[in-house]
Design a protein around this ligand. Structure first.
Ligand code: DQA
Length: 141
C-alpha cells in the first residue's frame, strides 16, 4: 500500500524542539524508523513536511492517485485549519491523524481537532508509535 506521510509546522525541529514532550528523534530519524518497522502488509512511504498551510494543502491534493492512504500530523494546524480538513475530505482516500504527544492532556486548545471528523482514526500520545499505529489503521481497512 502506498502511504503518504505529511507533517505540519515546527515538526522539522523534532529532536531539538521541546524533547521532553516530542522526544529526541529528529524528523529524519522518525521517518527512517517508520520505514524499518514490520507492518501487517507491505507498504511504501513518501514523506512531506512544511511549515506553510498552503504547501500542506498542495501536498494533500497531489498525493493522489499515488497514495492509497494518508498519515498526517497537522501539528498546530490540527486545532485551526478548516482548509486542511477540506483538502483531506476532497481527495477521497482514508486519512489518519497522528500526534506524538497526548493532545488530550495538555493545554485545552490542543484537545480540539478540526481535522479528525474527516479522518478514519486518530492516534496520539504514543510518540513515534502513534505513527506506526496510524499506518496499521490504514492497512486494516
Ligand atoms: C503535535 C501536537 C500539536 O498540538 C502541536 O502543535 C504540534 C505537535 C504532536 O505531534 O504532538 O506541533 O501535533
Amino acid at each position: 500500500m502506498n502511504i503518504q506521510v505529511i507533517e505540519g509546522p515546527n515538526l522539522n525541529l523534532l529532536g531539538h524542539r521541546e524533547p521532553e514532550i516530542y522526544g529526541k528523534d529528529t524528523l529524519e530519524e522518525l521517518h527512517a524508523w517508520m520505514q524499518n518497522q514490520e507492518y501487517s502488509r507491505p507498504c511504501v512511504f513518501r514523506f512531506f513536511q512544511s511549515n506553510s498551510e498552503g504547501a500542506l494543502i498542495d501536498a494533500i491534493q497531489q498525493c493522489v492517485p499515488w497514495a492509497r492512504g494518508l498519515v498526517i500530523n497537522p501539528a498546530a494546524y490540527t486545532h485551526t485549519s478548516y482548509a486542511i480538513r477540506d483538502a483531506i475530505a476532497a481527495i477521497g482516500i482514508p486519512a489518519v491523524e497522528v500526534h506524538l504527544s497526548d493532545i488530550h492532556r495538555r493545554e485545552p486548545f490542543r484537545a480540539q481537532s478540526v481535522i479528525v471528523p474527516v479522518c478514519v482514526g486518530q492516534v496520539y500520545g504514543k510518540g513515534k508509535e502513534s505513527y506506526r499505529e496510524g499506518v496499521e489503521i490504514l492497512l486494516a481497512l
